[in-house]
Ligand binder design. Sequence first.
Ligand code: TRP
Length: 460
Amino acid sequence: MTEKRARFGSRFGIIMAAAGSAVGLGNIWRFPVETGNNGGAAFILIYLISVVILGIPLMAAEFFVGRHARSNTATAYRTLSKSPFWGNLGFFGVIGATLIMSYYIVVAGWVLKYMVLSAEGLLTTVGKGQETTTVFEGIFNRFSTDPVNPIIYMVLFIIICHISIVMGVQKGIEKFSKIFMPVLFAILIVLTIFSLFAPGAAEGLSFLFHPDFSKLNSKSILCAVGQSFYSLSLCMGCLCTYASYFGKDVNMVKSAISISIIDSFVAIMAGMIIFPAVFSANIDPQAGPSLVFIALPSAFLQAFGEWPIICYMVGVLFYALLVLATLTSAISLHEVPTAYISESWHIKRSYAATIVTVVCIIFGIFCSLSMGIMGEIKLFDKTIFDLFDYTTTTLMLPLSGILITIFIGWKVKRSLFVDELTNHGTIKSSIVTFILFVLRYIAPFALVITFLNGLGLLDF
Ligand code: TRP
């Protein structure tokens, strides 16, 4: 079994695959929205602190579990603990990843549709001088509430994920990431250069880089912590599963640092693309989740409308960027249950992937319909889509984080952890001591507060 297990082929492949998991809707969709809602630069600063202090140690911890056990995440935790409570922590991740995937593919479908729309000239056919925001609002609302169209795009999207998963770890996941991620970086750079020429560039950049600490409150700090966990793909088994395909010589602490730097860099670049356009168009940066589908096309049109070709390119490139980012993240989410099912049930990878794809499509259909005809069905005042998002991101993610940090920090033998992260003493271990300290004393505390806040039990 151990001999036959798949492996990533190169260090570059590992970084691209894991960064591909991290860079996703969280960076380009959620991050700008949260930054807008929480006042800009000060939020980003807290976000970065959270990445360094909490995110990197937790990522290293997940890498430890995955590479140590060299198995899917559910089995991995069971190899570390016989206790049914701690041993099932990995299974919790399998469920969490499947649920995240189920609503993630809905938004991914919208993104795919917008790439097609912008290639057809979405940004150049809407006449200038029209009430553009209203026009884009109409387009988005009509599409997202439609009972059929978004589901078609969602299925199309998951089929692409499915294909890459079935092609295997090295020939599918790694190869796709090695192609998609560099293209994504190239697009990011081109778009950033364009946006520096937008009329609102100075204002947008100042919003991003001049911290106004008076805008910060305890809620925004917790929001930054939650966002950093989501963005780094932590706690749901993605990185643990990927680490099970790492070779023995990979420096996992260094990899965790590189991946976190890439992820934060992309988030900030996405802000640099979005906010100059948003300020050029005098749009409220607090536009909320519809930002990239309603406010942003309108903002691009107003910022670049004078130059139709550039405007067209910005639109196409931006949505292509989102598609690539979303794909590599969704692939990592899909791999978590696929690896689990195929290894635990001893069935072929392609069969396991098919089960996951079908389950996610079924859940995804409900999430998608809850934007329109099933919008009236609510639980705790939330639509099905919101319920999936809230349960996974706000509840399961910090809860899993609390348990993982306590488990690794307090239950697992220290020497096992240090040994694995230092590749049996061949690399320096001073950071490992810091990581253990965080896992024991800081992260559980920070995550408990984030979790209680998510439950609405803290009143600031
Ligand atoms: N990190 C991805 C993003 O930013 C989403 C994602 C992938 C994720 N795997 C995850 C989020 C695991 C939480 C847990 O879009």
